[in-house]
Design a binder for this molecule. Structure first.
Ligand SMILES: Nc1ncnc2c1ncn2[C@@H]1O[C@H](COP(=O)(O)OP(=O)(O)OP(=O)(O)O)[C@@H](O)[C@H]1O
Ligand SMILES: [Mg+2]
Length: 223
């Protein structure tokens, strides 16, 4: 599903170069549940941004679902992101002045689905995360764990087969984090591919396999 061949990414700030990724090689198979663990600044989010076609490497080749992405245009990448990939972030990235159901519906409008299809998907995905009865609540009226469940419902509603989660439990207490991890386990059991970034060893070890990052290098570790 995901192949990184010698991928490097360097950021330049003034005169200083930061090698966020240097010659990373990774292989993630379809229907795997993989965690990416490593210290702050080791390149985890940079790697996820490239996996999610939000950013492109300076060097090396990224192959997603058999397709090399290097010749894709910005609109090709936008299409890949909206059809194939569900994103979940540490800080939820919900729109504050929209209700839960409007947040879940918004990307479906960009997918040009009919109003009826959108309503069905919103209902189904909010039901799956146990928040349909809170559908009219705004993010500020929901707990952190509930906001993250809305964000997961928003990703699910788009029907991706790959879920990329960057520290999804990072802002949550351990009990709430546990509920969120259960949703990822369910998505995995349904045949989706899950890539989850974390600092937390106990979260990382719930995946089938961990990729350990160190200074922009990826070392695959069997857990
Ligand atoms: N847009 C950017 N511009 C400049 N430098 C960046 C940028 N994004 C990341 N970096 C640098 O690249 C390195 C890797 O950053 P990255 O965000 O991938 O780390 P991370 O492993 O996700 O860290 P954290 O656990 O703190 O989220 C860091 O040194 C960071 O400062
Ligand atoms: Mg990060």
């Amino acid at each position: 599903m995901i192949i990184f061949q010698n991928i490097s990414k360097t950021y330049q700030i003034g005169d200083e170069k930061v090698h966020a990724l240097s010659h990373a090689n990774i292989h993630i198979y379809r229907e795997e549940f993989v965690s990416i663990i490593g210290p702050s600044g080791s390149g985890k989010s940079t790697m996820m941004n490239i996996m999610g076609c939000l950013d492109t490497p300076d060097e090396g080749q990224y192959i997603l679902d058999g397709q090399p992405i290097e010749h894709c245009t910005e609109s090709d990448l936008a299409r890949i992101r909206s059809r194939k990939i569900g994103f979940i972030f540490q800080s939820f990235h919900l729109i504050g002045n929209m209700s839960a159901e409007e947040n879940v519906e918004l990307p479906l409008i960009y997918q040009k689905l009919s109003a009826r299809e959108r309503k069905e998907r919103v209902k189904e995905s909010l039901n799956k995360v146990g928040l349909y009865k809170r559908r009219r609540h705004k993010p500020s009226q929901l707990s952190g764990g509930q906001q993250q469940r809305v964000a997961i419902a928003r990703a699910m509603a788009q029907g991706p087969s790959l879920y990329l989660a960057d520290e999804p439990t990072g802002n949550l207490d351990s009990n709430t984090g546990y509920q969120i991890m259960n949703l990822f386990h369910e998505l995995h059991e349904q045949g989706n591919t899950i890539v989850l970034i974390t600092h937390d060893e106990s979260v990382a070890s719930q995946a089938e396999r961990s990729i350990r990052m160190k200074d922009g290098d990826a070392k695959e570790v069997m857990v």
